[in-house]
Design a protein around this ligand. Structure first.
Ligand code: ATP
Ligand code: MG
Length: 421
């Protein structure tokens, strides 16, 4: 393919997706486990998107082999990779094997020039600027990166309509990465999700409401490598048959694009509600937070989870004053992680939009918290709450077990319901 063949679709020559790992590379001794987990997660995520292309893993990077005639599936594959935690960047690339370039002792640039020219041609916009960047990971190649970049830039200027170079802020960056197996030419490098592969940083139970915040909290933990299951308390009767259509189930299903494999436990609010009847202390919201956390802690023991996650953000609502957050934490032994604690609402909303939960979270939903007192106390102490609990819920253990006994569990895998019980 050359500049003399205008209109040729360059995607026909894309034969790899080049994936660069993020912080994984820092993990030294554990690197192998991390790379294995990332490989498994990439394969699962792609295969759930209907793509079963081969994955090759190499030092610090992975390559998805794009079959010939598969160009129309490429956008689907790229979108899927954009949701995999542990990927720093990814780019559809033209791979030129070492045999074609004469590596490592020479570097035959003709095939590289051809790819660069075709990448450049397909992306030309009048007035736009470009730059060529060369990364020579294989240092045996007898030519320096900057010299090669200049040479390739001159070729692009000569053979394509591109006529302006800008090395500091180019509109188009043409990249050449030289590794021992060959060269990768690419133009459309995208930022990945970052973080660590799901499943490499423990397991947690995320308290999921129908609101905006808690799905974002769960997502952030998953992105940091944590395997996630969800628990939700519902005021409507937990019905097996309709459970999957509940709003919170749709939120959990959407989140599973990122968390990959997650269970959602639906628990009834009724046992707590009945115990509270006739009592009007103004502390019922905090008492409910403590009750939910205790139930989640019992679930965590059964799921092998090491921590709880909530969507609390300091001072956002009355139940999230420092005092009330502390009172909730004190009800459980497990750490209650709060990844949103220092974030502003708008920052949380921005993430919710990006991960596709915002539109679900703003739909009308009768969360059980709406049934609790409208003006909750902003100050509480664990000691006072313990006294109230002893009075209202002397049978706490029994209430928790009754609540857990009525659980309905939905199992999600990458955006699909795969089990129910
Ligand atoms: P969200 O937007 O996540 O609902 P919020 O700002 O509305 O949060 P609260 O309603 O005070 O805050 O809830 C605080 C946290 O308690 C939530 O982020 C969530 O982790 C948990 N939570 C609230 N309601 C429920 C529920 N019905 N089931 C499970 N967890 C819940
Ligand atoms: Mg809420």
């Amino acid at each position: 393919m050359t500049a003399d063949q205008p209109g040729l679709d360059m995607t026909t020559s894309i034969n790899r997706i080049l994936i660069q790992y993020g912080e994984l590379t820092l993990k030294g001794r554990n690197r192998r486990d991390f790379e294995r987990a990332l490989g498994d997660n990439i394969r699962l995520r792609l295969s759930r998107a209907g793509i079963d292309w081969p994955l090759e893993q190499r030092h610090h990077r992975a390559l998805v082999h794009v079959p010939e005639q598969a160009a129309e599936q490429l956008p689907t594959a790229l979108a899927a990779l954009g949701q995999v935690a542990g990927i720093a960047t990814f780019a559809p690339a033209v791979f030129i094997p070492a045999e074609q370039t004469g590596q490592p002792h020479r570097l035959e640039t003709a095939p590289i020039e051809q790819s660069m020219v075709s990448l450049a041609n397909a992306r030309h916009r009048p007035g736009a600027t470009f730059a060529v960047r060369v990364n020579r990971a294989d240092k045996r190649i007898p030519i320096r990166s900057d010299a090669l970049a200049r040479e390739l830039g001159a070729v692009v200027l000569r053979q394509t309509p591109w006529d302006k170079v800008n090395l500091t802020q180019p509109d188009l960056q043409l990249n050449l990465d030289i590794y021992e197996e060959g060269c990768y030419c690419y133009a459309d490098k995208q930022r990945g999700l970052g973080g660590l592969p799901v499943g490499t940083a423990g397991r947690a139970i995320a308290l999921l409401s129908g609101g905006i915040d808690s799905p974002v909290a769960a997502y952030l933990m998953a992105r940091r490598g944590c395997a996630i299951d969800f628990v939700h308390f519902t005021a409507t009767r937990v019905q097996q048959t309709r459970a999957a259509e509940e709003l919170v189930a749709r939120i959990a299903r959407q989140l599973s694009h990122y968390t990959l494999r997650s269970r959602l436990f639906l628990l009834p609010y009724t046992h707590f509600d009945m115990a509270m009847m006739g009592h009007n202390s103004g502390y019922d919201v905090v008492l409910f937070r403590r009750f939910m956390s205790r139930a989640a802690e019992r679930l965590a023991e059964r799921c092998g989870a090491q921590a709880l996650v909530s969507g609390d953000s300091l001072g956002q609502v009355a139940s999230q004053t420092m005092e009330n957050l502390v009172s909730t934490s004190r009800a459980v032994q497990l750490p209650l992680l709060r990844p949103l604690i220092a974030m502003d609402k708008q920052e949380i909303i921005d993430i919710a939009r990006r991960i596709g939960t915002y539109e679900l979270s703003i739909q009308p939903y009768k969360d059980c918290c709406a049934l609790l007192s409208e003006n909750p106390r902003t100050r509480s102490t664990p000691e006072l709450l313990e006294r109230l609990e002893a009075e209202y819920m002397p049978n706490m253990d029994e209430l928790l077990e009754q609540t857990l006994a009525e659980q309905v569990c939905l199992e999600f895998e990458v955006g699909e319901l795969v089990g129910q019980g």
